[in-house]
Write a protein that binds this ligand. Sequence first.
Ligand SMILES: C[S@@+](CC[C@H](N)C(=O)[O-])C[C@H]1O[C@@H](n2cnc3c(N)ncnc32)[C@H](O)[C@@H]1O
Length: 495
Amino acid sequence: MAAEHFRSTPDQIQLAFFVDGSWDRSTGEGAFAVVFYKFAPRSKDDGKCVEMAWRMDPAIHNNYAELMEIAVSPRNANMTATPPFNLVKAAETLLENARRLSALGESGSAPGVNKDEESLRRSIAMTAKKIAFETAPAIDVVKADWVVFADAAAWNLFMEWKAFDLIPLDGSISIADLASALSASESLVSRIANLLIAVGKLLPGPAPGTIRHSRISLLYVSSNTVSALASVAFGNGMKPYARWPEYFAQYGRQEPEGQRHTPFSYGWGHPDLAPWEIKALYPSYASTFTKAMKSRQIVGGDMPVAGPAALYDLSWVGDEAAKKEGPLVVDVGGGLGQLLKDVVTAVPAMTPDRCVLQDRKEVIDEAREVGDELIQQVVMMDHDFHTEQPVKGALVYLLRRILLDYSDKLATGILRQLADALPDDPKARVIIMEERLLDTPVPQNCIVDLVMLNLGGKLRNEKTMGEIATAAGLKVIKYYAKPGDPTCVVECAKA
Ligand SMILES: C[S@@+](CC[C@H](N)C(=O)[O-])C[C@H]1O[C@@H](n2cnc3c(N)ncnc32)[C@H](O)[C@@H]1O
């Protein structure tokens, strides 16, 4: 969040921050949200925040009110003059949005009518959560986390056992039949299912001792890519988190620097191994991870890659195709080819035979096996991106969701291999696409950063991305990001 406005008087220091929205300075068009702070100077009142307020352009979408709440709350923690939570106002917002949602339901399925439904639902849930957090007795908030621990343990185990797959999509199953299909004791399955029913993740079936799916548990069915993401959230997140105290006691209270001796390797009981070596010991987890990376639900997973909706429009590469021979695009660490598939679909001039997919051997083997017709036509290559890039002179090297896994030193090394492979063509680019560190902490962005901490990596912002690019012999042509959106694209050329 950048300071847009700063004024200092003998009595007061005023700061205003742009929080969200889009706004064209030259035309004054758009809608945006701003938060103001007024501080007493240190000499007067020890620099305390004496007033805080937020203001929005009235034209802005109603849902931004909740973003404002998020933007403001982390700062409240450090301020002595915290404005009280306005329960009535929050409840009114909730009611107003509940009426809008209800009206959407009544308006039938006319095309386009439900376009905003997901963001409206999200906004309602966020306000309701804020109300619950602010109104519940403090002890209840603390205890609620204990339920989350058990909830996560229960759905993770049921996913591992594929128990959710055994529940009919329409209908119910008895606990006895489920236990029998799982070769587990009925009483054990019943106790775990009870917790999932208690939190609403499963629903009781029509007869006693039966269960059925809820709208949430359907996402844990193994054919849904969200289940793979959930497994990764547990394996890369929960498992290491649980051992943080011992890890930091052993290695010191500092961030890990390499790929070994990370909270991840420690949590999995193999402190000397790097993530891919650990995954090699657990092929089913490795395969789940690869599947998770294909999920459209991951940050940036449904990101358009060409046209006006794209954060970075790759169409220009298609325009260059006829003017240049050889490889156009190399997707470095490209997994099963999910990004290349989107690219060649969106930019038909980038024919698959001019695109290279690189990854670790086991992933390329899997891509050869499971890749669809389009992906089978790209050039597939085993390659370790820490070593010299074998494809020289491509127009574009793509690195999506790679650098965040690594420390500055290793990330710089990966970039340097690409800087060295770039041709002497002023149009040639290294394009980094990944989740960025938002200026204002929001939970979903913070958890990605902490999972990266587990792996020895980190989320970066414009400044820190620029630092590693420069250290690798690149220059940043442009940093693309939309306010409030965690995805960024960093367009780099040879320095
Ligand atoms: C987080 S995934 C991202 C996959 C893909 N780029 C995407 O955006 O969906 C990281 C990828 O890097 C690959 N990878 C890890 N270490 C590698 C290495 N040393 N060389 C090449 N690929 C590697 C992994 O196998 C995995 O496919």
